[in-house]
Design a protein. Structure first.
Length: 244
C-alpha cells in the first residue's frame, strides 16, 4: 500500500484508490484496499488473435522492466489473474508479494514464494537468497504460453521449444508462433542466469509485433487444396493402411 501510494507515475499499473491498514487488524477493524474495477487479462484476451496476446504481454513486460529500473521492484506474483485490462490499457495488479529494496518482508527460508504453476525453481528452493527479477521473467513466460494457447495452466518446469504437442505453434497455428516458443524456451530456463532480462523480453515481443506488421500473411487455403489434389492417390492409400 505504501509503495502504491508513493507512485507518481502509474502507467501500466492498476492504481490504488484508498486503503486502510491498521497496525493490529481485527475482525471489527479489518485491513482493506480498493482499486478500480478492471477486466482480468484472461477474460479480455479470450478469443482474441495471437498478435493481440503478444501486444498485451509486451506491454506488461515494459511495465515490469520499468518497475525494476525505476524502483528496483520485483513483483514475484506474475500470473494471469494478477494482470488486467482497463480503458484499453494492460495493467499489472496485486503488489502483495513485491520485493522492496532495503525493506524487511515476510519472506522465509525454506518456504516457497510465488504464484503456483508459474513459480521459478529458485523461488521454490529458497526465495530469501535469490534475485527475484529472473523469476518474474519465468512467470511471464508461463503466462504468455497460457494466454496464447488458452489453456488453464502451463506445463511445469522448463518449456523447451522442440517438445511436440505443447508448443504455441501446435495449439495456435500462426506463421511466427515458433518464434514465441523459442522465447518461452529461454524465459523458462531452470538456471536464472540463462533467462533474458525483462527489458530484452519486451524488445523481442515488440520486434515480433513489427514483423507481424511488415510481413504479409500467406494464404494457404488454395495451396493446400492443390497439394491435396496432387497427393490424392497417396492419401487414399494411407487411409486404407490406417483402416487395416
Amino acid at each position: 500500500v505504501d509503495f502504491l501510494r508513493g507512485l507518481t507515475v502509474t502507467d501500466g499499473i492498476l492504481p490504488l484508490l484508498d486503503a486502510k491498514v491498521p497496525a493490529a487488524p481485527t475482525p471489527s477493524n479489518a485491513a482493506w484496499l480498493a482499486m478500480p474495477i478492471a477486466t482480468p487479462i484472461k477474460k479480455a484476451l479470450l478469443g482474441e488473435s495471437l498478435p493481440t496476446v503478444v501486444e498485451a504481454i509486451a506491454s506488461i513486460a515494459v511495465t515490469l522492466s520499468r518497475l525494476k529500473n525505476d524502483h528496483r521492484i520485483a513483483h514475484r506474483d506474475i500470473k494471469p489473474c494478477n494482470l488486467y485490462q482497463r480503458d484499453g490499457k494492460w495493467l499489472v495488479g496485486d503488489f502483495g508479494l513485491i520485493d522492496l529494496p532495503d525493506v524487511n518482508d515476510l519472506t522465509r527460508k525454506g518456504r516457497p514464494l510465488g504464484p503456483a504453476h508459474y513459480m521459478a525453481y529458485e523461488m521454490i528452493e529458497d526465495p530469501t537468497i535469490r534475485d527475484a527479477h529472473p523469476a518474474d521473467v519465468y512467470s511471464l513466460g508461463k503466462t504468455l504460453w497460457v494466454l496464447a494457447t488458452e489453456q488453464e495452466y502451463p506445463p511445469p518446469g522448463h518449456q523447451a521449444a522442440n517438445v511436440s504437442g505443447f508448443s504455441i505453434a501446435d495449439m495456435r497455428p500462426h506463421p511466427r508462433a515458433d518464434l514465441l516458443d523459442q522465447l518461452i524456451d529461454l524465459m523458462t530456463r531452470i538456471p536464472p542466469g540463462q533467462r533474458p532480462p525483462m527489458a530484452q523480453v519486451a524488445t523481442d515481443l515488440r520486434q515480433w509485433q513489427e514483423l507481424q506488421d511488415t510481413v504479409p500473411p500467406i494464404e494457404l487455403g488454395d495451396l493446400q487444396a492443390q497439394i491435396r489434389a496432387k497427393l490424392q492417390t497417396e492419401l487414399a492409400q494411407q487411409d486404407r493402411q490406417s483402416q487395416w
